[in-house]
Design a protein around this ligand. Structure first.
Ligand code: NAG
Ligand code: NAG
Ligand code: NAG
Ligand code: NAG
Ligand code: NAG
Ligand code: NAG
Ligand code: NAG
Ligand code: NAG
Ligand code: NAG
Ligand code: CU
Length: 559
């Protein structure tokens, strides 16, 4: 029996247990009719809501969520950004920590909050279900503790999403069967609504009613499937104060970039005079994607910031400028300006100054050969994706169970810690023989307490893109990044080990790299993957198994 930690789980005292609470919730997953873009379809929804219900808790609380599956499809739910100390059983990804909940069945998740504070979220983690099965988790400071920024007058949850007019299962099935790309979606959405620039939409555009002079906290979640989104509010600036359930030093910008899987907490001050348009300003979101606009939804999704009382001008709201869809510099400028809220008193706990092991992994789009070259990928191949040239294949039973019961043959432990072949990862042209990959179920196992550095190296194989890499069970420190190829001698000299942001998702720049560090102090079976859904489905994922340790206590960062 390898999984001692499971015996310790329920009722165990974790953190500030004096004040921590257990909240109970019921999620009924059902098919529900929804109309967008003039067409009605049936979607999977939790308690009939799209986006799904927002859950509220305080730091250190636990939520018990009973999920009933009353739909026709399998479902699992993941608690994105919740570290779940020693509790991988409730983490959610299908075939990694559990088998899917089948129609008619139910499953109770224990969502164990520890050091998260700010905004995290939940979403389905099977097939394409998370397109409509997702919602926000708001984590307030513990009782008696305050935000490290002026208390906002009010807050708004802003969930960015994506809508296909077709059934998303059909979109998934077509892509998997043809081997080609996924059909692009028909709209990005803000709180479920595409906004004023789409047909049959403008009477339901989301409105944020604000009062002049007040400051609001926007809890932004990017729940979209396909792309990072630039976000901006006309004539207003946004001050980021947190991301991925950890605070940041305030960073003010005209626009934000939020990748799928990321959350951003930002302050918006209603400091404008009611303008000639009656005090109406657009909040606008548009894809950041290097691919050209014929591959992405290039129409701007909108919500409206409405000053109350308005001046009654009745004009059209002002639209903010947004960085162009291929503006990599605007993207990295924003993302890598974020700093953790650390100083001499509050050091980034658990940040290794030296690492025990460095894992370098290439993050690539690939091709798989297709019989008679009859697939819909480039040159008749099948599109795939990989980490260190292994395109992950889901096992037949879940890895957590196989690991705990010592079932052999379900997965291998030979995930390479170095790229199997060194080439110019980001060269303009790549030879065809490097585009191929192979499918396998290989995981990486590490001893408890190891200090890890992971370098994600983007490649230009098939198509260079930016990849939001997400790790379950942990937040990590983003210590470095760059364009081109990672240089293990030169690049670490420029690392930020002073105040790196503490994230669970980081966008690896197109044809660039990112370095993260963390201490493997949370035993379990933890999924590591790109949060662009098509890349995940193509195999841009692997699993980190952190072995059990001698001490019953998990050392986590604490503010
Ligand atoms: C649903 O989940 C079960 C395991 O829980 C699995 O055997 C079955 O293949 C899944 N169905 C689909 C359509 O994926
Ligand atoms: C989906 O994409 C394929 C090409 O990949 C295209 O032929 C087809 O018309 C698209 N279907 C829809 C419904 O947009
Ligand atoms: C918006 O208009 C559509 C018809 O175009 C209607 O079905 C829907 O109920 C309206 N929504 C609201 C909030 O009035
Ligand atoms: C844009 O993408 C489409 C579809 O993949 C492709 O056919 C076209 O050549 C691309 N255009 C440019 C300018 O890259
Ligand atoms: C959006 O893409 C369509 C093709 O799908 C193209 O016709 C249109 O010009 C694009 N619009 C912008 C603003 O790039
Ligand atoms: C972005 O797209 C525009 C218009 O298609 C093009 O002129 C520009 O060179 C592109 N920028 C980059 C960095 O590729
Ligand atoms: C398609 O095949 C041609 C000719 O072999 C090759 O030059 C090109 O790189 C291939 N493209 C992709 C994306 O595989
Ligand atoms: C790698 O490719 C890039 C882009 O083509 C080029 O600028 C760079 O010089 C190449 N590096 C090496 C070491 O060849
Ligand atoms: C990846 O593996 C495939 C199959 O073994 C091989 O053909 C290809 O050259 C490898 N590519 C790289 C970049 O290592
Ligand atoms: Cu990706």
């Amino acid at each position: 029996m390898k999984c001692f930690w499971l015996l310790l789980l329920h009722g165990l005292l974790f953190f500030d247990t004096v004040s921590s609470k257990t909240h109970r919730h019921v999620f009924v997953v059902e098919d529900a009719p929804y109309t967008r873009l003039c067409k009605t379809k049936s979607i999977l929804a939790v308690n009939g809501q799209f986006p799904g219900p927002t859950l509220y808790a305080r730091r250190g609380d636990t939520m018990k969520v009973k999920v009933h599956n009353r739909a026709k499809d399998n479902i699992t739910i993941h608690w994105h950004g919740v570290k779940q100390p020693r509790n991988p059983w409730s983490d959610g990804p299908e075939y990694i920590t559990q088998c899917p909940i089948q129609p008619g069945d139910s499953f109770t998740y224990a969502v164990v909050l520890s050091t998260e504070e700010g905004t995290v979220w939940w979403h389905a983690h099977n097939d394409f279900a998370r397109a409509t099965v997702h919602g926000t988790i708001v984590v307030y400071p513990p009782r008696g503790s305050r935000y490290p920024f002026p208390r906002p007058f009010k807050e708004f949850v802003i969930v960015l999403g994506e809508w296909w007019v077709e059934d998303v299962n059909v979109v998934l099935k077509r892509a998997v069967e043809s081997g080609g790309d996924f059909n692009k979606s028909d709209a990005y959405t803000i709180n479920g609504q595409p906004g004023d620039f789409f047909p049959c939409s403008s009477n339901e555009t989301f409105r944020l009613a604000v009062e002049r002079g007040k400051t609001y906290l926007l809890r932004v979640v990017n729940a979209a499937m396909s792309a990072g989104l630039f976000l901006s509010v006309a004539h207003h600036r946004l001050t980021v104060v947190g991301s991925d359930g950890a605070y940041t030093k305030p960073y003010t910008s005209d626009y934000a970039l939020v990748f799928p899987g990321e959350t951003m907490d930002m302050l918006l001050t209603a400091d404008q005079n009611p303008n000639p348009t009656g005090g109406l300003y657009y909040m606008a979101a548009r894809a950041f994607d290097f691919l050209n606009t014929s591959n992405i939804d290039n129409i701007t999704a909108t919500a409206v910031v409405a000053y109350l009382p308005g001046s009654g001008g009745g004009g059209r709201p002002l639209l903010p400028p947004l960085p162009y869809y291929n503006d990599s510099n605007a993207a990295t400028r924003f993302s890598f300006s974020l700093r953790g809220l650390w100083d001499k008193e509050r050091r980034p706990v658990g940040l290794p100054n030296m690492f025990d092991e460095r894992i370098v992994m290439t993050v690539s789009i690939n091709e798989l050969p297709c019989r008679h070259s009859s697939c819909a990928g480039p040159n008749g191949t099948r599109l795939a994706a990989s980490l260190n040239n292994i395109s992950f294949a889901n096992p037949s039973i879940n890895i957590l169970e196989a690991y705990c019961r010592c079932v052999r043959g379900d997965y291998g432990v030979n995930f390479p810690t170095m790229p199997p072949y060194y080439f110019n990862f980001t060269a303009d042209d790549q030879p065809q023989n490097l585009l191929w990959t192979r499918r396998a179920t290989e995981v990486k196992a590490v001893e408890y307490g190891r200090k890890l550095e992971v370098v994600f190296q983007g490649t230009s194989l098939v198509q260079g893109e930016s990849h939001p890499m997400h790790l379950h069970g942990y937040s990590f420190y983003v210590v470095g990044w760059g364009f081109g190829n990672f240089d293990k001698w030169r690049d670490p000299l420029g690392y930020n080990l002073k105040d790196p942001p503490f994230k669970n998702t980081v966008g690896v720049p197109r044809n660039g790299w990112v370095a993260i560090r963390f201490t493997a102090n949370n035993p379990g079976v933890w999924y590591l993957h790109c949060h662009l859904e098509r890349h995940l489905i193509w195999g841009m994922d692997t699993v980190l198994i952190v072995k059990d340790g001698p001490s019953p206590w998990v050392q986590f960062v604490s503010y």
